[in-house]
Design a protein around this ligand. Sequence first.
Ligand SMILES: [Zn+2]
Length: 301
Amino acid sequence: MKKKQSRAKSTPKYLLFSIIFLLVILGSLTLVLSNYRRTKIITSKSNLIVSQEVEDYLKESTVSPKLKGPQSLRVPMLLYHYVEYVKDKGDTIRQSLDIVPSLFDAQVTTLQAAGYTFITPSDLSQIMEGQMQVPTKPIMLTFDDGYRDFYTDVLPIIQKHNVRVVAYIVTGFLDKPNNLTRGQLREIAASGLVEIGAHTVDHSSLGILNLKRVEFEVLESKTELEKILGVPITAFAYPNGSFDVVSIQVVRDAGFKTAVTTVPGINVTQQNLYILPRLRAGGRTGQALLKYLEQNVFQAF
Ligand SMILES: [Zn+2]
């Protein structure tokens, strides 16, 4: 009897939960589909409305007479976020984006022993312009966002191995808890091992913003970093891997020479300098890491 009553009472609750659940699913689906559509704008030539734009963009970026470097070059660009011992075991997002410092150390050791040359985005653009010789087995280690552990954990390891990397900084995060301070950023840049790149002001997804906002995010982050460091900032990373033709053009017109995405791939071409692919090495080290870097990755552009 009691059971029946409670069931009767809770039916509307179940209904409400079901409706909320359905709405959440529908919302996520819409988001996924809209992102898919935006990605398609870049990758699909069958999209008649925008494909011309993309093709024009790609053509334009090939005819620059300055570019005398290789047409295509294999450069694994590894994507890192946190490198630390995550203290809050409940912080699952942070843990999923994290590798422990000893593992990062082992990865660098593996790559050095295998004869990889650690390059930065500036090196890459010089190589592609034909102003710098192609080094043996070029590789690029990229760090996104500008978390505090870059200073406490990553910097000591790259100094120990004397390897160069790039750190893409979100300027609006600077001096906030868990993020780099402006002083630490200056110290990192002064090490001579780290090229600093821009990663917008607010970590906004550029592919879904209007032109004015994209211009603000791109230009303001560049200007702010140049003010702090006193050097030209020419490397960019799209937050959340989100970009479209408009944001590519804004990034290029702002004076950046390269921009990285989260699209998987391993080849740099004269066409994709503003939509460079990256790879996630994850927990791989030793032979597993080397094999992973030697694979043929399907690449959309
Ligand atoms: Zn990011």
